[in-house]
Design a protein around this ligand. Structure first.
Ligand code: 6PG
Length: 244
């Protein structure tokens, strides 16, 4: 695991963009394409917007990029709360990626199990598998909420105990809404996982995570322990309560 702290969100995004460029180049060289799962939220959004700017857009072979989602809200894809809509507006509508290489999560509150099974099958069909038959993303982007959730792995939800399914529906009581999310097995099978965490509001949770203060009641994000690389990209504000 690697933790990088940057002076500002802007510098965090610049370094995260460079990381994506490097991971993408390696995956394309090794496997002919790069399979990436996007996170929702304002912090990941800042990175996506940067990728669409002239400083970065030409550094990625977008025709070799396959875009999936780490989680989705249970809303239409054109709804303002949709992670798919956010990603399209932030960069997917701008970068030259074929529409056929963008795979939104479809949700239906009346049948989330079928939605989860459909997306699991899509991942099985599209992603290379490891020796154990597990589908492997090249890179999973994740954010972190102030309650220590990541993707839609929220505290006190059943999905935290899911060890078989690759994707699952999850009802989030405190938000009175369904979500669709990759599960721990899928995320932890990725070659690379990048956490993007910024802002003072995340400082307390991060200090508990890295000091071990909450080891008896770990936050959901602490269940992310990929077989591949795990990097935490933090800004100074989010890291402000971390010990050296
Ligand atoms: C979602 C995200 C969620 C997000 C975190 C961080 O659908 O909301 O996937 O896990 O990444 O809540 O969001 P911020 O960066 O906006 O705090």
């Amino acid at each position: 695991m690697k933790i990088c702290v940057f002076d500002s969100k802007e510098v965090l995004f610049q370094n995260a963009a460079q990381y994506f460029i490097e991971v993408a180049a390696m995956a394309i060289a090794d496997r002919g394409c790069v399979n990436v799962a996007l996170a929702g939220g304002s912090t990941p959004k800042g990175l996506y917007q940067l990728l669409a700017t002239s400083d970065y857009i030409n550094n990625i072979r977008w025709e070799k990029v396959n875009v999936f989602f780490g989680d989705e809200r249970c809303v239409p894809l054109d709804h303002s709360d949709s992670n798919y809509k956010m990603a399209c507006e932030a960069f997917l509508n701008t970068v030259p990626i074929p529409a056929s290489q963008i795979f939104p999560m479809h949700t239906d509150a009346a049948n989330m199990q079928a939605c989860a099974e459909d997306y699991s099958q899509l991942i099985r069909d599209k992603l290379p598998q490891d020796d154990n038959g597990g589908s492997q993303f090249d890179l999973v982007f994740l954010g972190m909420g102030e309650d220590g959730h990541t993707a839609s792995l929220f505290p006190e939800t059943d999905i935290l105990n899911e060890t078989e399914k690759m994707v699952a529906g999850v009802y989030v009581e405190k938000m009175q809404t369904w979500r669709l999310s990759l599960t721990y097995p899928t995320i932890n099978n990725a070659h690379n996982v990048m956490m993007l965490v910024a802002g003072e509001g995340k400082a307390k949770v991060l200090s508990e995570i890295f000091s071990g203060a909450n080891e008896n009641e770990p936050y959901p994000i602490q269940g992310i322990n990929p077989t591949g690389n795990l990097v935490w990209y933090l800004d100074k504000l989010a890291a402000s309560q971390l010990q050296d």
